[in-house]
Design a protein around this ligand. Structure first.
Ligand code: GUN
Ligand code: FE
Length: 456
C-alpha cells in the first residue's frame, strides 16, 4: 500500500482563476497555482513564480499539477442559485401566459401537489439536481413542496450528487383556489419540525434545512408566528417571497391592514433577520429596504421570472445603494431557465431597461452581475465563509470553463483579452463550456459512470 505523505491528498491546479472579491467584482488571476486539501478547502493560491516554494511547503510534486490551457480554460467559482423551486422543474419553459396569482393556481399548485407521490418526486428531483449541477450551480436554495417525505428525498438526491444546498419544506395553510394543496396550521409546523429533525439525523455534510413559509397570502398569522419562533429557537435560515407583483401586494395590504407594508408583515412575525432570504422584492420601498438592511435580511433577485410573469423590473442598484445583500435566483419555473448564466444576463438586461427610462441611472455591469451570482449569493445565504470566491480557507466550489470545446456556442479570437473571453462566456456560453464542476473539492460533474449521460 502507498504510504500517505502530507501532500498526497492535495489537488493542485495551475492556470487562470477568475473570481469576485469585496474590493472588485471581477479579478482575473492569471498564471496562478491553487491547492485544495483533502477536506476540500483552498489552502493556497499564489503566482506560478512561487510554485517551487509552495511544492516544498505543501509537499506536492510539480509533475502532479493539473495544468489548464492558458487561453482556453479557466476556473470560476461555483454559481449560487439563491431561489429555485425544484418541484416546478417539469413546468420550466411552459405556462408563462398568466400573472403570478393566476399562474400559481393554474399551473404551479397542480404540479406541486403531485409530489405526494415519492416515485414522481424522485424522478423530477434527480433531473433538477443534475440539470443545475451541469450548469455550474454548486449551491442552490430550493423550495420543495408541502410533502415532508419527498422533500427528504430531494435532500438525499442532492447529497448523492454532491451539491451544496438549502432545502425548504413549503409551508402553506391557506389555499382558497386549489384546496387540495395545503396543510392545517398544526400539520405545517409539526411537519417542518419533523423535516428538520429527520434531515439533521442524516448528517449530510452540505445539505441544510431552511424554514419556508410560501408567502403571506398562503400563510395564516398563526403559522407565520410559529415558524418565526421555530426558526429563531433553532437558529435556522428562512426563505419566502416578497413584493413580487402589484396584485399580490394589494392582497397582502387587505389581509394585514395594520402593518406598515409587506416587509413589516414578515418582521412582525419574527421572520426577518440576518438568516432570511426573500425572493423578488420588485416593489420594495426605500423604507422597506432600510428595514432589510437593519435586520441583515437579503434579496434573491429573479429577473427571468420577474419578466416572464410580467411581475415588474426590480431596481437592484437601489437595493445595493441601501447596502442590502443581493443574490441571483432562477426562480424555476416562474423563470424559464435553470441556468445562472441566464440569471446574470437577465439581471443586466433589466438594469439596462431601467436605465433607458431614467437618464443618469447607474446600470449594473456584467462584472457586478457575476459577483451577485457568486459572492453575492454566498452572502445572501450566510455561506460566504465557505464559498463565493477563491479565497484561501474557503471550500473549492468551482467550475472549469473551456471556451474551445468543439460544440462551443461562441468563438474566441487572438485579439481577445482574458476579460473579453470571460465576458463572451458570460453572455454566450452555456453548459457545453462547463467541463468540470467541483463542490468542496470533489468533482461532481461529469457525473460518475453509472449516471453519466449528457442527454438525461
Ligand atoms: N409566490 C408564492 N409562491 C410562488 C412561486 O411558487 N413562485 C413565484 N415566482 N412566486 C411565488
Ligand atoms: Fe419563487
Amino acid at each position: 500500500m502507498d504510504r500517505e505523505t502530507p501532500g498526497s491528498r492535495l489537488q493542485v491546479f495551475r492556470g487562470t482563476f477568475i473570481h469576485p472579491t469585496d474590493a472588485t467584482p471581477v479579478e482575473s488571476l492569471e498564471a496562478c497555482t491553487l491547492g485544495v486539501n483533502d477536506a476540500g478547502k483552498i489552502v493556497f493560491i499564489d503566482s506560478v513564480d512561487k510554485e517551487e516554494e509552495l511544492s516544498q511547503k505543501w509537499h506536492f510534486k510539480r509533475e502532479n499539477i493539473r495544468i489548464l490551457n492558458p487561453r482556453k480554460e479557466f476556473f470560476i467559482p461555483g454559481l449560487i442559485d439563491t431561489h429555485i423551486h425544484a418541484s416546478q422543474f417539469q413546468n420550466m419553459g411552459i405556462g408563462l401566459d398568466l400573472p403570478l396569482l393566476q399562474w400559481l393556481t393554474k399551473y404551479t399548485f397542480p404540479i406541486e401537489a403531485r409530489f405526494k407521490d415519492l416515485n414522481f418526486a424522485e424522478d423530477i428531483y434527480t433531473k433538477v439536481v443534475k440539470r443545475t449541477l451541469r450548469n455550474g450551480t454548486t449551491t442552490a436554495c430550493y423550495f420543495a413542496t408541502i410533502h415532508t417525505e419527498s422533500t427528504l428525498k430531494l435532500c438525499d438526491i442532492i447529497d448523492k450528487f454532491g451539491q451544496r444546498a438549502f432545502v425548504g419544506k413549503v409551508c402553506m395553510d391557506i389555499n382558497d383556489n386549489f384546496a387540495e394543496y395545503k396543510e392545517t396550521t398544526h400539520e405545517s409546523v409539526k411537519e417542518t419540525e419533523r423535516f428538520v429533525a429527520e434531515l439533521d439525523k442524516q448528517k449530510y455534510p452540505l445539505v441544510r434545512p431552511i424554514v419556508t413559509p410560501r408567502f403571506v397570502i398562503s400563510c395564516t398569522s398563526e403559522l407565520m408566528k410559529q415558524l418565526g419562533s421555530f426558526a429563531s429557537t433553532n437558529n435556522l435560515n428562512i426563505q419566502s417571497h416578497i413584493s413580487e407583483s402589484q396584485a399580490e401586494i394589494d392582497a397582502v395590504k387587505k389581509i394585514f391592514p395594520k402593518c406598515k407594508n409587506y416587509t413589516d408583515v414578515y418582521d412582525t412575525h419574527n421572520l426577518l433577520n440576518d438568516k432570511t432570504i426573500m425572493a423578488h422584492g420588485v416593489y420594495l420601498s426605500d423604507e422597506e429596504l432600510k428595514l432589510f438592511k437593519r435586520k441583515g435580511a437579503s434579496i434573491a433577485h429573479c429577473p427571468n421570472s420577474n419578466i416572464s410573469l410580467c411581475s415588474g423590473l426590480m431596481d437592484v442598484r437601489n437595493a445595493l445603494n441601501h447596502k442590502v445583500n443581493v443574490g441571483l435566483g432562477t426562480d424555476v419555473s416562474g423563470g424559464y431557465s435553470p441556468s445562472m448564466l441566464d440569471a446574470v444576463r437577465k439581471a443586466v438586461d433589466v438594469s439596462n431597461s431601467l436605465s433607458i427610462s431614467s437618464p443618469g441611472y447607474e446600470r449594473l455591469s456584467y462584472k457586478e452581475a457575476f459577483r451577485l451570482a457568486t459572492l453575492g449569493g454566498s452572502k445572501a445565504l450566510g455561506l460566504d465563509k465557505l464559498t463565493g470566491n477563491f479565497e484561501v480557507g474557503k471550500d473549492f466550489d468551482a467550475v472549469l470553463i473551456n471556451t474551445s470545446v468543439p460544440s462551443s456556442p461562441f468563438e474566441v479570437y487572438p485579439e481577445d483579452t482574458i476579460l473579453d473571453i470571460f465576458q463572451k462566456f458570460l453572455f454566450l456560453g452555456d453548459d457545453r463550456n462547463m467541463e468540470e464542476v467541483y463542490v468542496a473539492g470533489k468533482r461532481v460533474y461529469p457525473f460518475p459512470e453509472v449516471s453519466q449521460s449528457k442527454s438525461t
